[in-house]
Design a binder for this molecule. Structure first.
Ligand SMILES: *Cc1c(COP(=O)(O)O)cnc(C)c1O
Length: 396
């Protein structure tokens, strides 16, 4: 495995043992016969779809979930031959391609189902459909009152199999009050009884995302869909609080991703000097600047202008002035050892200090999901083993 990190301006490291631990934790929180689906949409939440898929092959993941057909094809290209669920919409022209690669489809309209039925009959094997129920999120999904009409489409139809019945919670990660989620669950349960009564005994029921697994065990059913938590990030502050209330302090999620760059110039500037576009920062003292070759086009949020921190030699250095397209400026006046080409951590640990995706999200007024999922696709990703050796990489 070629380790090219020394030649790069910026790169991402993925700690495979951390992924393993987090998945093991989800496994342990779930009932024994609940399957675990690992969500790898959005380039595996920025961790690298190929890397994470190859890792999933040797982990306790039973199923993989993606948003689009393109992502499903990338999962197959990375060698995953197991169950693969597309959770988003697939355009009609591409339904045959989705069936060709053996993907299961999430369905929520009659027109798509009719086309899948014809395709399934023509191919001589049924389209594997997961029917998505609307229970209160008002995103994809069919109204519970329409369920009988949908079930009629499946009855005696050799081109279709009802492989799953699913729904998605509206605010299980935003609140410690689960009454809305419980109402969604109640509706789901009612629909589930109708589906079982129609003879679909092997249909997988699934509702849980990470926050649901962590905080509301009755959401588990046959399959749980873990995304953010598998990567070691908390779905929200409230989820952390609820989880600690339920399980004590003993639920350690370990962030798997570290985002790094290196110092590309060091220089002193005078007191009163302006730094960055818009003369957005003015130094109050003689300041030692470290220029970093990373900017908003790499996924470093421009909202972190004047607010973010990076780690240099194990210490926090503030971002000065506006984040540029490819560069940002940091203050290393108080880190006298800082040198040209020193490794800098943008997200992750360095010695005893840590910058979490959630910290950057709070400063940029967003959520950790957005911080990691928008990390540039062009940034090379390296998978590391327990000894810190590079064991896989994904270079664009
Ligand atoms: C993204 C997604 C998930 C995973 O959610 P996390 O909060 O990241 O665990 C589960 N189900 C659906 C339908 C999703 O779109």
């Amino acid at each position: 495995m070629q380790d090219t990190r020394n030649r790069l301006l910026t790169w991402i490291e993925v700690d495979l043992p951390a992924l393993e631990e987090n998945l093991g934790l989800f496994r342990a929180l779930l009932p024994e016969n609940t399957r675990l689906l690992l969500v790898v949409k959005a380039n595996a939440y920025g961790h690298g779809l190929g890397l994470v898929t190859r890792f999933a092959g040797s982990s306790c993941a039973d199923h993989i979930g993606v948003h689009s057909l393109q992502e499903a094809a990338a999962v197959r290209a990375a060698g995953w031959s197991g169950p693969l669920l597309i959770m988003g919409y697939v355009p009609h022209l591409c339904l045959a391609d989705a069936m060709e690669i053996g993907a299961e489809l999430t369905v929520f309209d009659q027109e798509t189902i009719a086309r899948l039925a014809r395709l399934g009959r023509r191919l001589g094997r049924p389209a594997e459909c997961h029917l998505k129920l609307e229970t209160g999120t008002n995103r994809h999904g069919i109204a519970p009152e329409d369920l009988p009409r949908y079930l009629e489409r499946f009855a005696g139809e050799p081109g279709l199999r009802l492989a799953g019945l699913s729904t998605h919670f509206a605010n299980i990660e935003d609140t410690t009050d689960h009454s809305y989620a419980k109402e969604q669950l109640r509706l789901f349960g009612e629909c589930g009884r109708i589906v079982r009564a129609a003879g679909h005994t092997d249909t997988l029921f699934h509702t849980a995302c990470s926050a649901a697994v962590l905080t509301l065990s009755e959401t588990a059913f046959d399959l749980a869909r873990a995304g953010i938590g598998a990567y070691g990030l908390w779905p929200s502050r409230e989820t952390l609080v609820s989880t600690r209330e339920r399980h004590g302090e003993q639920v350690p999620l370990r962030p798997a991703l570290t985002w790094k760059t290196r110092i590309a110039q060091i220089k002193w500037v005078k007191p009163g000097a302006f730094v960055g576009y818009g003369c957005s920062h003015r130094t109050g003292r003689r300041t030692r600047l470290a220029i970093l070759p990373v900017g908003y086009s790499d996924g470093y949020d421009r909202g972190l202008s004047g607010l973010g921190h990076v780690l240099v030699r194990g210490r926090r250095a503030p971002v000065l002035g506006r984040v540029c397209m490819n560069l940002l400026m940091t203050d290393v006046t108080d880190i006298p050892g800082a040198r040209l080409e020193d490794e800098v951590v943008l997200i992750g640990r360095q010695d005893t200090e840590e910058i979490r995706a959630a910290d950057l999200a709070a400063s940029a007024q967003t959520i950790a999901y957005e911080i990691v999922s928008r990390l540039g696709r062009h940034i090379p990703r390296f998978a590391l083993d327990a000894a810190g050796e590079v064991v896989d990489c994904e270079e664009p």
